[in-house]
Write a new protein. Structure first.
Lengths: 274, 919
């Protein structure tokens, strides 16, 4: 029996999840497309009426993106250059229609290998906040996405927010996406990069992640280490840095091309951090 | 089971709305099915096409992705809410005036996205327009007129329109489409918008998941017991007449429902008929079908002569072959100083009209009526009569508005299924294809494997051409013979070549059937001939455009079929029109490359095309009538199907000028097999030329009859007035007494009749003869930028010069050219369908609004003596030169020639790496 709940408070939502499995729905942009030609007959938990989940809030510690915050919320929020990459991704997700309803948290929970948000969240060193009737927990982003459409979220849990720590140094970020056309396109490869800079203009810390080149987007620790202490220079990126990637052949591109394009995008991303 | 209905109150187009619906229902379904607001269209139900775009609290959203429960307390605005007090908004008016809508299926979504933008930014620049409208796909317009329409609002300008040309001035006028107002208000009714007036049943086909298999159907009683709403499960045994259909009288090989054997994935196996919720709730796996999977027959198998014969009529899986021979190509190739060869490979291309197939059938006594989208109502009628085993006169086809076709709606889709069901059950039966169903089961452009060689003398004059193309026609014949016959005639391109041997074969496989798609194989062949022209030009040290100009077919030249073209051969004119800009763009690209330090390279390419108008060496007549009623009403009965290309306007413009009245005085009754005469199919770029001639003849005939009635001189003016028509020949003015004349069933007292069948001859065994009565010519230039590190190709500008004979309606001619270019760009760079792998609009990519560069159109008007007021066709010619121009531009930019289309980034990058041309 399909039931549709749209609670207005967290306790109601968590009680519903505790009572049995439900699909958590916000923008619906990943739910409905998987049910073309079929009636929506699943048990759904619509979280968009829960006020506590909306919006983007800044504090001394950093920023909190509510689970119901849309891509448009990200685009329109007054955010520092640290978020330029995430904003760029927001503008590249679907069309404006999708940006207006789809959520960053939903993009994360759907855990598509080609999710445009995830490389950025990896580069931003985000933390995922989960809640269930039994309590709350926080999971580092890298430990949350486990594989192709697999996450650490239990069936009785829901994501409540994604937090981004405030960097110690001035930071810049970039997002580059390669697709087969200009709009409405699933990525062939994308790169999210964040760098914090020392006073002398060298990179203090860098985090770079590549999406659509493995079952889940991954960071490239060897490259991050190679960039530390240097000024941004694309030539610092080598093929060996791509070792964590495991691209596949699919209808969008062959694996070898993905690897090749990832190298180019990484070099350009590093250049763009200048 | 669906969630129980709840009360949802919201604001809809400014008024309070209160509905009871399950809250998980898609907002698009709530609007259309519960509230009857069918202006919001459904193209994919997956957020991929944007046709269902509405505003939610003033922001654009895809209504197919919004649960009804989320609109509670919020404001929804649909296309029906744009007009105020019956007056079109400025945005709607701009779309209507500027040809920003063709078929109209995407228009409501485009309008809503634009309305959202303009409310936030009343004076947007072009990048802002592209960003805002980037989520709505259009397959007809090439987007440029949409961009211009939205930009014109910000500039507060109205672009030129000839809203009401005077008598004799309709041909050549920039006249808005008569359906434009219905389209921009959402009132235009497409296949899924038309509903039977009485209670109806819904049909859903269960389709094969295998490309090749035998199957058995088990006991259906448990299925009926489990789903009481299931009224009937139709199988092949239920087909009343012949369970085979197909375009050619000799090629009827496709079953409406498979009789125990499927030859393609997506083939209909059984049809579930019942209430809409029941047939949607039944999963395919609930139906007791047992499969015995057979090995597929691939294109490679068919080319190698491997695999079992799929049809008795096609030994070796060869459906048919085509051949055109003149002179001795072999000897001339050997004897010529410059020679080039090329191999070209192309894949399946999906029509991707934004409207999935939809319609219904109802039985009326001993007749059946089909209300569905189509490109060819009369062929549908004849085929359905065979399938039902009834007379053609017992079938009435009433087309709905058709949301794009491009050749894909020339074949039957929903029609046989709903017709069989309605015929047997006596109740109206409706079927709406889902996007994946449409993509899996309907025809595609033929994949091709082409080898071609050409040679020229030391001065660069072409001496010889040899071509062979294998075409994958898939599981069923469809229009395969048309491709096999048309390609050898066109395969040299529009050049004078004395020695030619062109051959082709259409091969059956267990792939999706390939049928008609804008150009019937000629776009694939054009990639080969234009690559060869570039290669030979280079070998002779000549500019590519100059080489083409030197070899362009001219009046008095013979084509490879031996047809001497005496008039209306505008090929050289098209090239000359582009020559100055060509030189500029070539120089601009080369200057850019000299200055560029990074990975970008620019290039310009040129390509030519020619295209025979109408069927190849086959009769394809059109009949039109123009009636005058007692009250003076003039009605053009126009069986030519307008699928967005604009024949409704074109026919009225031609008929009005032939009759000698203002076009506004004509009412048009469009295709309905009971009301209009057979004007053939909307295909082969034939409607303007063939049906246009019939419309002209009908206008002239009515004029003759009227003048005879008034005994007026031949130059008399006809002035329609309320209640009659004034005939004034300068000596006297007469209002004929129409009331005393007998009226026909339409109420007309005088009827002008017109018929035209293009004069052609059969082709002999060497393909010699007169295959077409008229040819269109074009040249296009593409300027592109290649990112050599990623292999991406970005077209920056397209120039198009088209010899259209006479532009009956320049807005529509430009619209056809823009739209054809967009599809040609898709063919060149991104579109390839893989059965079973990308049956949706997010894995199968068509160009978005951000992919189409500015287009400069030059119309060459060299009147064709046979054309109505000199006009020829434009539908297919628009597309053919684009892909070779783009691929030529990539070569100019990088030195690498791509011969595998589409030239996706990975293929371009691989070719660059192989050639050592990557950076």
């Amino acid at each position: 029996m399909g039931s549709y709940l749209r609670p207005t408070s967290m306790p109601e939502a968590l009680a519903a999840l505790a009572a049995g499995p439900r699909i958590v729905l916000a923008g619906g942009t990943d739910y409905y497309p998987t049910r073309v030609g079929r009636p929506p007959e699943d048990d759904l938990l619509d979280i968009t009426a829960i006020g506590a989940l909306s919006g983007i809030v800044e504090s001394d510690a950093g920023w909190r993106i509510g689970a119901a915050a849309s891509w448009t919320d990200v685009i329109e929020a007054p955010l520092p250059p640290l978020f330029d990459g995430l904003k760029a991704a927001a503008r590249e997700v679907g069309g404006v229609q999708i940006q207006n309803t789809g959520t960053i948290a939903g993009n994360l929970c759907n855990a598509s290998p080609a999710a445009d948000g995830i490389p950025n969240l990896l580069a931003l060193d985000a933390t995922v906040h989960l809640a269930s009737a039994g309590g709350e927990r926080a999971v580092p982003i890298a430990g949350f996405v486990l594989g192709n459409r697999r996450t650490a979220r239990r069936g009785d849990e829901m994501v409540t927010a994604i937090t981004i720590p405030r960097p110690r140094n001035p930071a810049r970020s970039v997002f580059l996406k390669l697709g087969g056309r200009r709009y409405l396109v699933i990525s062939i490869v994308m790169v999210g990069a964040v760098a914090e800079f020392a006073e002398d203009g060298t990179i203090a810390t860098a985090r770079l992640a590549v999406g659509a080149c493995s079952a889940a987007a991954v960071r490239l620790p060897a490259l991050e280490a190679a960039l530390a202490g240097k000024r941004p220079d694309g030539a610092l990126v080598t093929e060996a840095h791509l070792a964590p990637l495991a691209p596949i052949d699919d209808v969008r591109a062959p694996a070898a091309y993905r690897r090749d394009a990832a190298l180019t995008l990484l070099r350009r991303a590093v250049e763009a951090l200048r | 089971m669906r969630s129980p209905a709840e009360r949802i109150a919201f604001t809809l187009n400014g008024a309070a709305a209160d509905v009871h619906t399950p809250p998980a229902t898609r907002l698009s379904d709530l609007l259309r099915d519960t509230l009857g607001l069918t202006g919001t269209k459904i193209g994919c139900n997956a957020g991929d096409c944007g046709a269902c775009t509405v505003l939610l609290d003033g922001r654009q959203v895809c209504a197919c992705l919004v649960p009804a429960g989320q609109v509670a307390g919020r404001a929804v605005t649909t296309v029906e809410g744009l007009a105020e007090q019956g007056r079109l908004s400025a945005l709607q008016q701009a779309f209507a005036d500027q040809g920003a809508a063709q078929c109209g299926i995407c228009t409501p979504g485009m309008l809503m996205a634009a309305a959202d933008l303009l409310a936030r930014n009343p004076t947007p620049d072009e990048p802002a327009v592209l960003d805002a409208l980037g989520g709505v796909l259009c397959r007809c317009t090439g987007y440029r007129k949409i961009v211009e329409a939205v930009l014109s609002l910000g500039r507060n300008e109205r672009l030129p329109v000839d809203a009401a040309p005077v008598a004799g001035a309709a041909v050549g006028a920039r006249l808005p489409h008569p359906d434009a107002e219905a389209i921009v208000t959402g009132a235009h009714r497409f296949g899924a918008d038309a509903l039977p007036e009485s209670a109806f049943l819904t049909l859903r086909a269960v389709r094969s998941p295998h490309p090749h298999a035998r199957f058995g159907i088990g006991d259906l009683a448990p299925l009926h017991a489990r789903f009481p709403g299931l009224v009937r499960v139709l199988t092949a045994a239920d087909v009343p007449g012949q369970n085979l259909f197909g375009i050619y009288p000799t090629g009827k090989d496709q079953p409406a429902l498979a009789p125990g054997l499927v030859r393609m994935r997506g083939e209909a196996v059984v049809a579930l008929v019942g209430d809409a919720e029941t047939v949607a709730a039944i999963r395919d796996e609930d139906v007791p079908i047992t499969w015995e999977v057979l090995p597929p027959v691939t294109f490679e198998d068919a080319r190698a002569g491997l695999g079992p014969d799929l049809h008795a009529h096609a030994p070796g899986n060869v459906l048919c072959r085509g051949r055109v021979k003149t002179g001795d190509a072999e000897a001339a190739l050997v004897a010529s100083p410059h020679r080039a060869s090329v191999s070209v490979e192309t894949g399946f291309v999906e029509h991707a009209y934004i409207e999935p197939e939809a319609g219904y059938a109802r039985r009326v006594g001993e007749r059946i009526e089909i209300v569905a989208c189509t490109q060819t109502p009369y062929m549908d009628r004849d085929e359905l009569a065979l399938i039902l085993g009834i007379l053609q006169a017992q079938v009435r086809v009433i087309p709905t508005a058709t949301g794009g076709g491009f050749g894909g709606k020339l074949d039957l889709s929903v029609q046989p299924l709903v017709a069989i069901a309605a015929w047997l059950l006596g109740q109206p039966v409706r079927c709406v294809y889902t996007r994946p169903e449409s993509m899996a089961s309907t025809t595609k452009r033929h994949p091709s494997r082409i080898t071609a060689e050409a040679a020229c003398d030391a001065d660069g004059k072409l001496t010889a051409y040899r071509f062979h193309g294998d075409f994958n026609t898939g599981a069923y014949a469809s229009w395969g013979p048309t491709v096999a016959n048309r390609v050898p005639v066109h395969a040299t391109g529009p050049y004078t070549i004395p020695n030619v041997l062109n051959t082709s074969a259409a091969l059956h496989t267990t792939d999706t059937p390939a049928g008609a798609f804008r150009g019937f194989g000629v776009p694939q062949a054009a990639i080969a001939h234009e690559a060869l022209m570039d290669m030979l030009a280079e070998r002779c040290g000549l500019d590519p455009l100059a080489f083409r100009l030197a070899n362009a077919i001219r009046p008095g030249d013979a084509t490879p079929t031996g047809q001497v073209l005496r008039h209306a051969v505008g090929m050289a004119d098209c090239l000359e029109a582009l020559a100055p800009r060509w030189m500029e763009l070539r120089a601009e690209a080369e200057a850019f490359n000299r200055a560029e330090k990074g990975a970008s390279r620019r290039g310009a390419g040129v390509a030519c095309m020619w295209y025979g108008i109408g069927n190849t060496s086959m009769s394809n007549p059109s009949d039109m009538t123009l009636g005058l009623a007692r009250d003076g009403t003039l009605t053009l009965y126009c069986g030519a199907m307008d699928i967005g290309q604009g024949s409704k306007t074109i026919m009225a413009q031609i008929a009005a000028d032939a009759l000698g009245v203002p076009v506004a005085a004509l009412r048009v009754t469009t295709a309905d097999t009971d009301l209009t005469r057979d004007a053939g199919k909307t295909s082969a770029s034939r409607q303007t030329f063939v049906s246009g001639n019939a419309a002209k003849a009908a206008g002239e005939d009515l004029r003759r009859r009227l003048l005879a009635l008034a005994n007026a001189g031949p130059d008399a003016r006809l002035v329609p007035t309320p209640g009659g028509i004034v005939i004034d020949d300068g000596r006297r003015s007469v209002i004929p007494d129409l009331v005393r004349l007998a009226a026909d069933p339409h109420g007309d007292v005088l009827v002008g009749e017109g018929r035209f069948d293009p004069p052609t001859t059969a082709l002999d065994a060497d393909g010699r003869g007169i295959p077409y009565a008229a040819y269109a010519f074009a040249a296009q230039v593409a300027l592109v930028e290649v990112d050599t590190a990623l292999g991406t190709v970005r077209p920056l500008r397209i120039l198009a010069a088209h010899d259209v004979g006479r532009a009956v309606n320049p807005i529509q001619v430009e619209g056809q050219i823009h739209g054809g270019i967009a599809q040609g760009l898709g063919l060149a760079l991104m579109e390839e369908f893989f059965p079973g792998r990308n049956e949706n609009l997010h894995d199968y990519l068509i160009p978005t609004i951000g992919d189409i560069p500015p287009i400069e159109v030059t119309l060459v008007e060299d009147p064709d003596p046979l054309g109505p007021f000199g006009a020829k066709g434009i539908g297919e010619p628009a597309l053919i030169a684009t892909a070779p121009a783009i691929l030529g531009a990539v070569h100019h930019a990088t030195g690498v020639r791509l011969t595998r289309a589409p030239a996706t980034p990975d293929r371009v990058r691989a070719a660059l790496l192989a050639a050592g041309a990557a950076r």
